[in-house]
Every structure is written in structure tokens, then in C-alpha cells.
Design a protein around this ligand. Structure first.
Ligand code: PRP
Ligand code: URA
Length: 215
């Protein structure tokens, strides 16, 4: 169900439900409301894979019938960090799965000419060192934004860092691996390439605009 798509720290989640929902998101006539719903649904399925190794411990509980040792999450707490704006489309589903998680926001936009990330916000919890820190952004194009966001959370103390995306370009995935080989990336699909405007091909267009109905 999962493959590396040729980049060591990259995992494609090839589940049929993920791929079906991604196809609907790619279609240019999909409405803003459907795009938003689909992204939230996919976030649950991707997070299932990304958080597969969270540690558990056995605790004693009483059911209405008997006492038993039952598994519960132990140790590490979680922080989700949304890269604005489009990361917010993945965030709500993740919080439904892990309601106790802390949330950080990093505001970055791609300069329309240079395509380099420009920072306008960084609001992170102050205890990242002991948390699994999951950065979320649907699009890994050149990976300039992702590389910078990971640098920022590492600078804030994060040690166990993971990245959740929807679609990636091979150029970006390779650049991300070169910059942060210790950070696993989980995504629904590695697409073909970037175009001259540094958009992912075939991709789904501008994720932020499609999510919020702008432009
Ligand atoms: C998009 C996307 C990523 C970035 C990816 O955001 O959500 O953050 O571009 O491109 P990169 O890999 O080449 O850095 P954008 O800058 O369009 O901002 P927005 O989410 O506010 O629309
Ligand atoms: N940002 C997007 O939203 N889409 C792309 O294809 C590239 C960057």
C-alpha cells in the first residue's frame, strides 16, 4: 500500500480511498466545499499511516463485564503545525484524531517571482522538544516552504519531526531529502514534475485558492 517513490524518506500512501479522493480533488470543476471535505477526509487516512508508530502502553481498565489490560497511547505528545494557508485544510481532521494535540502555525507564501518562501507568522508551542511534531501542507512543489518550515520547528526545539503532504513533485521531494534526511514525508502521490511556474504537474492547481475559494 505504501512506496517510497524513489526518495528514501518519502512514503506514498497508495490506499484506494486516498487515491479516489485525490482524483476528485484534482478535477478542476470540483467545488470549494467538496475540495475542503475531501482534503479533510484524506487527512485522516494519511495520518493513520504517519502516526502508525506512536508508542502505546498497557493499562488496567474495567469494562462492564471484566477487568482487562488495554492499550492506550503513552509517552510522546503530539503537535500539529499548519503551514498557512493550505495546511489548515489538513488540520481539522488531524485534531479530530488527536484532540489533545497542540497546534502551531507558520505563515509562509511563495514570492510570485522568485518562488522563494516569505515568512509572515511563526506561532509555536514552547515545548516542542518532547512532542512528535507533524508539519502539514498539501503541496510540496519546490519544497522551499517545507524546508524553511522544518528549519523553524527544529530551531524551536523539535526533534521528532514528520511532514504530511497531499501531492509532491520529485524535484521538491529530492530537495527536501537533501535538506532534512531525518524527516519522513507521507503524501498521497508523487506527481510527474514542476512546470515553468513551479506548479506541480498534473497537480491540482493552487491548493490555498481552491480550499478557500480565492482568486
Ligand atoms: C503553497 C503551498 C505550499 C507552497 C508549496 O502555498 O500550500 O505552502 O505553495 O510550494 P513550494 O514547495 O514551492 O514552496 P502558497 O505560497 O501558495 O500560499 P497559500 O497557501 O497562502 O496560498
Ligand atoms: N502551490 C500550490 O498550491 N500548488 C502547486 O502546484 C505549487 C505550489
Amino acid at each position: 500500500m505504501s512506496e517510497t517513490a524513489g526518495v528514501p524518506n518519502f512514503t506514498e500512501v497508495l490506499h484506494p480511498l486516498v487515491q479516489h479522493k485525490l482524483t476528485r480533488m484534482r478535477m478542476k470543476d470540483t467545488s470549494t466545499a467538496s475540495f475542503r471535505d475531501l482534503l479533510r477526509e484524506i487527512s485522516l487516512l494519511l495520518a493513520y499511516e504517519l502516526l502508525r508508530d506512536l508508542p502505546i502502553e498497557e493499562v488496567e481498565i474495567e469494562t462492564p463485564v471484566a477487568t482487562m489490560m488495554a492499550p492506550k497511547l503513552s509517552g510522546k505528545k503530539v503537535c500539529f503545525v499548519s503551514i498557512l494557508r493550505a495546511g489548515d485544510g489538513l488540520l481539522q481532521g488531524l485534531l479530530d484524531l488527536v484532540p489533545s494535540a497542540r497546534v502551531g502555525h507558520i505563515g509562509l507564501f511563495r514570492d510570485p517571482v522568485t518562488k522563494l518562501p516569505v515568512e509572515y507568522l511563526c506561532k509555536l508551542p514552547d515545548d516542542l522538544t518532547d512532542r512528535v511534531t507533524v508539519l502539514v501542507d498539501p503541496m510540496l512543489a519546490t519544497a522551499g516552504s517545507a524546508i524553511e518550515a522544518v528549519r523553524m520547528v527544529k530551531e524551536a526545539g523539535a526533534q521528532d519531526v514528520r511532514f504530511l503532504a497531499l501531492v509532491a513533485a520529485p524535484e521538491g521531494a529530492r530537495a527536501f531529502h537533501a535538506a532534512h534526511p531525518d524527516v519522513p514525508v507521507f503524501a498521497a502521490k508523487m506527481d510527474a514534475c514542476l512546470d515553468a511556474r513551479k506548479y506541480i504537474v498534473p497537480g491540482l492547481g493552487d491548493a490555498g485558492d481552491r480550499l478557500f475559494g480565492t482568486k
